[in-house]
Design a binder for this molecule. Structure first.
Ligand code: NAP
Length: 336
């Protein structure tokens, strides 16, 4: 067991974790932020953030998280590059086993581990991930200058990826399993009106072709006029199959919350894996553990809402620590 007991350990360093760190640090709780496998979180995979309040001309994702970290450090938060392998939340203080082999003790925890890109499991995916297949246009778009590429998905992320890819690719085909977009009207309109973007409606990716040495050389898509062709094919309906000559494939099909390390901790997650919190606070089903950002939010998933819930989690943690120290003080008085 480690000797130092931290008042607040924040797991994850995206905007939710950073915002919790600013609030906890300003409350003199010297929070420790474990940065996780993706320091800075999903914003580091974004170019311009246009809807974060206070930046009328937009702000780069990297810049925003860099500033957030500096702000938290200025008030006394510390950051450590590690993720949590497992957690023992049965006793107080909590015990965390880190990926580095260390253990940490904490009186309260803020879970801000966010969510990671969803994948499809189609043939070719494992081999070609990072070799022409990507979940991040911002990271890998520049490799596709002069290429034809596809983007899978119909939400905001897919539209943003497609629009970004037009800076490099000759053509971008958005493959969406229905004929109605989930994306917000503004992004959907920009994509629809873009000359270099075309849509394949009611279509899904069935396989990615190529090899690591040569990258992606094509993709097979299936389609059905009523949508969801993969499901229909599995049910025995006939679907149309088409091979597209593309050199890049991008997934923009949403994210899965990062909660694997919470197995057997008593923290309840819903049927999609998102951490369940109290209806009025950020408290999880374990007393003293709070959750913020995308790991507990399957509805809004915005940088600004993640920052907001990060602040709430720190305030909730502070209040719980205060209540406990008042209770401990009362106990001491009774004994005396
Ligand atoms: P999302 O809104 O959940 O959209 C995921 C898209 O992928 C949906 O169109 C979905 O199809 C499709 N999809 C999911 N699983 C699939 C599968 N197995 N096969 C084929 N298609 C599949 O996720 P997101 O686009 O990542 O956005 C998440 C949140 O972040 C949203 O709240 C979004 O508004 C926000 N966001 C905002 C911005 C921005 O404002 N600039 C940018 C990015 C994200 P269906 O529509 O049929 O379900």
């Amino acid at each position: 067991m480690s000797e130092t007991v931290h008042d607040v350990v924040i797991v994850g360093s995206g905007v939710a974790g950073q915002s919790a760190a600013v609030y906890a640090a300003r409350a003199d709780l010297s929070p420790l932020v474990l940065t996780g496998d993706e320091p800075g979180g999903q914003l580091t995979l974004t170019t311009d953030v246009e809807n974060y309040l206070g930046f009328p001309d937009g702000v780069g994702g990297h810049e925003l998280v860099q500033r957030g970290r500096e702000q938290a450090e200025r008030f006394g938060a510390s950051f450590r590059q590690a993720s949590v392998a497992s957690a023992d939340l049965d006793d107080r203080p909590f015990e965390l086993s880190l990926s580095t082999g260390e253990t940490l003790s904490a009186r309260s925890l803020v879970l801000a581990t966010g969510a990671s890109a969803r994948t499809l499991g189609v043939p070719g995916e494992d081999e070609l991930m990072g070799y022409g297949l990507s979940t991040c246009a911002t990271c890998d778009g520049a490799f596709h200058r002069g290429h034809d590429v596809i983007v899978v998905g119909g939400g905001d992320a897919a539209m943003e990826e497609a629009l970004f890819l037009t800076k490099f690719a000759d053509s971008v085909t958005i493959v969406h399993r229905r004929e109605e977009l989930r994306a917000s009207e503004i992004l959907a309109r920009r994509a629809r009106e873009h000359d270099a973007i075309e849509f394949r409606w009611n279509a899904e990716l069935a396989a990615i072709h190529g090899a690591r040495e040569e990258g992606v050389t094509g993709a097979t898509i299936v389609s059905h006029p009523d949508g969801h062709p993969t499901r229909r094919r599995a049910d025995g309906e006939s679907v149309e199959t088409e091979r597209l000559d593309v050199q890049g494939v991008f997934y923009g099909i949403g994210h899965e919350p990062n909660t694997a390390f919470l197995a057997e901790t008593g923290i309840a997650v819903d049927d999609r894996g998102y951490v369940v919190t109290d209806s009025e606070t950020t408290e999880t089903t374990v007393d003293g553990v709070f959750a913020a950002g995308d790991v507990a939010d399957d509805r809004y998933q915005q940088a600004i809402t993640a920052a907001g819930t990060g602040a709430q989690a720190a305030l909730d943690a502070e209040r719980r620590l205060d209540e406990r120290s008042v209770a401990a003080e009362d106990d001491r008085r009774i004994v005396a």
